[in-house]
Each structure stands twice: as C-alpha cells, then as structure tokens.
Design a protein around this ligand. Structure first.
Ligand code: AMP
Ligand code: MN
Ligand code: MN
Ligand code: MN
Length: 305
C-alpha cells in the first residue's frame, strides 16, 4: 500500500533521459491522478512546449529544468521550477551545457564500443527524441536494451559509474552559477535529491548552506525510494536553513518505484512551495486550487495501489 501525491515537481521525458515522449509523460501522469507536474529534463527545455500543449485543461505543467553542477567533485543537480524558457541567460547557459553533454556522449560511446557495443552513440540517440540531450541514463537504458544487463541500474553500475570502463568525468559549472541562472530566468531553485549524493551529513549541511547563500529556495524533501529517516532529516534541514520543501519522483520510465506522485507526501513540519506565501499563487488547477493544495493532506487525491 502506498500513497500518491497530486503534485510531482521532478520528472523526465525523452527530450533527455526519460523513456516517454513529453506527450506520453503527461498522459501517464494524468492517468496517475496528478494535478501538477514539473517537466525537469537534464540541461534541456526541448520537451516543454509539447508537454504544455498536452497538459492543457488536464493538469498544470510546470516548466522546469534540472541543471548539472559540480561541488567538490560531487555532481550536484539543481532543479529550476517555473522558469522563463525564453530567458537569454538561461538559453546561453544551456547551449554551453549541451556542448559539454554532446562531447561527453561521444566519449562514452567510444569507450562502450571498446566494450563491444557497436554504434553505441547512434543506437542510444535513436532511442530518444530527435536532438535529445543525452545523459548516462540514456546509455544505461541502451545497454539494458541489448540484453547484456538485466536493468538500467545494473548497466549503470557495471559500465557507467565512476571507476567503471565507460565513465567519463565532466566539468560542470559551480552550484552558485546554476542557482544564478535559474533566478535570472525567474525560476525557483530547488536542490534535487539531496540524500543521493553519497556524502556525509557534515558535507551535506555545508552544501545546503552554500546553496542557501547563493539564493536557493527549496530542498527536494520527498523523493521516491527514500528511507523515512532520510525524509525526516531533510525536513529538519529545511527548518534549520529556512528553506521551503519540494517533492519529486524523478520519474524516468514506467515499471519502477519512481512513479509520478508515488510516495511523495511531505512531513507535516515542512512548508511546501505550494503552501508558501511567496509561491502559492503560482500553483493552480482549473479553479480548484484549494483542493489541489490540500490534496496530499486530506486524502482527497490519495490512491491505494
Ligand atoms: P549524467 O548527468 O549524464 O551524469 O547522468 C545522470 C543520470 O544517470 C541520472 O539522472 C539518472 O537518470 C541516471 N542514473 C544515475 N544513477 C543511475 C543508476 N544507478 N541506474 C540507472 N541510471 C542512473
Ligand atoms: Mn536522469
Ligand atoms: Mn538528478
Ligand atoms: Mn532527475
């Protein structure tokens, strides 16, 4: 038995490393009862127009992004919500990110070819939307699709993560730059999945202090496949650093525990973005704003699965 939230502020489409097209993602999330969904592809906005068109009259599609940044050798992801997709500073930044991703995608493919995967770049590209912004997630799915590994997870662990034969390091920009670019585009900067960076609590607190001082607004407190103690710890950190709380499944493909809205209920002590004085106005669902706002508190949109 699991609970479902009507709000999910972190999901991917085939414009980056999601398995579903932007339109299919919106259909899928609507079928799961979602009222608000953020599309946050990696360093790329290409899916937003199609997703927004598909969402019209069905759910609120929040235009978003997941920016890759670096801090002390950790790859840190900063989600930007409600971004202005036309903002020149954001677009210039994404152009740089795209070049880095494209170069790295070719390097990863070369290394995979040495491991026996022929035409790895072309075949991986063919599985995503034309012009997609490739990540290691795309390669993981490609490897799994060849049957060499049973799952993307296994492919990632065997070939793509640090220390494995097709790992390629990338020098992303600093977190401060990522936050600045999101703020410049009128977006809300959210530190994505803070417990997934495999760092000590001391380091995590340093990271959050830096994020906050750079202008960061929220922590992604509730994510899928998370231990209850981790969710509580992140809720405590929100209070300690005076940050708001966000929720995100980080959905990539059907058939996993990272499913839109699944198990994303926030601890009561958190103040969510959609209940905050500053941002509540941005969230709406067909005139039924209050029912959406309380959906995760009142059981109204909870479903048993
Ligand atoms: P990149 O930004 O290119 O380094 O790729 C990061 C992406 O790889 C993440 O967003 C995930 O989609 C994917 N990824 C990370 N860890 C795993 C894993 N254990 N199994 C499958 N995919 C993963
Ligand atoms: Mn991904
Ligand atoms: Mn991420
Ligand atoms: Mn993500």
């Amino acid at each position: 038995m699991a609970e479902r939230s009507a709000i999910d502020l972190h999901a991917h489409s085939s414009a980056s490393d999601g398995a579903l097209s932007p339109r299919d993602l919106v259909d899928f999330a609507t079928g799961r009862g979602l009222k608000v969904l953020a599309l946050t592809d990696h360093d790329c906005l290409d899916g937003i127009a199609e997703a927004s068109a598909a969402a019209a009259g069905r759910l609120q599609l929040v235009p978003g992004i997941e920016l890759s940044t670096m801090w002390r050798n950790f790859q840190i992801h900063v989600v930007g919500l409600f971004i202005d997709c036309q903002n020149p500073k954001l677009l210039a930044h994404l152009k740089k990110q795209r070049i880095k991703r494209e170069e790295r995608a070719h390097q990863i493919a070369q290394m995979l070819e040495r491991c026996g995967f022929e035409q790895a770049y072309e075949r991986t590209k063919a599985q995503a939307q034309p012009g997609a912004c490739l990540t290691r997630g795309n390669y993981a799915r490609f490897i799994a699709s060849t049957g060499v590994c049973r799952s993307s997870d296994e492919a990632f662990n065997k070939y793509l993560k640090r220390g494995r034969p097709a790992y390629v390091k990338t020098q992303w920009g600093c977190i401060e730059e990522g936050v600045e670019v999101i703020l410049a585009a009128d977006g809300i900067p959210v530190l994505a999945h803070p417990r997934r960076y495999q760092m000590t609590n001391t380091k995590l607190r340093e990271l959050i202090a830096l994020f906050k001082s750079a202008g960061g607004t929220a922590l992604e407190v509730a994510s899928a496949q998370q231990r209850p103690a981790d969710r509580q710890y992140l809720a405590d950190l929100c209070q300690r650093f005076d940050l708001l709380a966000s929720v995100g499944s980080d959905f990539h493909a059907a058939g996993t525990w990272r499913d839109p809205g699944l198990n994303l209920i926030l601890p009561d002590k958190c103040q969510s973005l959609w209940q905050s004085e500053r941002y509540a106005d941005k969230f709406y669902v067909h005139e039924q704003r209050m029912s959406m706002v309380y959906a995760d508190k009142d059981n109204a949109a909870r479903q048993m699965i």
